[in-house]
Design a protein around this ligand. Structure first.
Ligand SMILES: [Zn+2]
Ligand SMILES: [Zn+2]
Length: 146
């Protein structure tokens, strides 16, 4: 092996890396910041919610949908479209519910298929307690399992 095959240069701008911390992560300090920002942007676009177990998360969302449709309210308050045609959606939110299958607390809402009116799940007063995690500290092991 020639010494030159393993050069410690930045993965982004190709300039030599000057300290061991930079070498370890593969980016210089400035590029590292940019890379992290880009990562965050990507996550916002493609992954508004952090899913730990896709199957379990899907199950949770299906259950919520079922309960919403069984609830007192059957149509969109804004346009009258049946709630049935809309979708249950969620995104990471500190004040949300710590739902099974998700890596972060979720803000859950129903979105009308016609007028896009968003109805927070809290306003529907349905019981979701059995869909919440008992111990949120398990999230580290979940990442491994996936
Ligand atoms: Zn760089
Ligand atoms: Zn509507």
């Amino acid at each position: 092996m020639y010494g030159g095959t393993y050069v410690n240069t930045c993965n982004r701008c190709n300039r030599p890396l000057k300290d061991s911390a930079s070498v370890k992560r593969g980016y210089g300090p400035k590029c590292w910041k940019k890379v992290q920002l880009e990562d965050e942007e990507q996550r916002k676009i493609y992954e508004p919610c952090t899913i730990a177990y896709a199957g379990l998360a899907n199950h949770t969302m299906r259950e919520i949908r079922k309960r919403v449709l069984q609830g007192d309210r059957t149509e969109c308050r804004a346009c009258g479209e049946p709630l049935e045609t809309g979708e249950i959606q969620s995104y990471d939110h500190d004040g949300g519910l710590d739902l099974k299958g998700f890596g972060q607390p979720q803000w859950v809402y129903h979105q009308c298929s016609k007028c896009k009116h968003q109805l927070s799940i809290w306003k529907l007063r349905i019981d979701l307690s059995d869909l919440e995690k008992l111990k949120p500290s398990k999230s580290l092991k979940m990442v491994e399992a996936v």
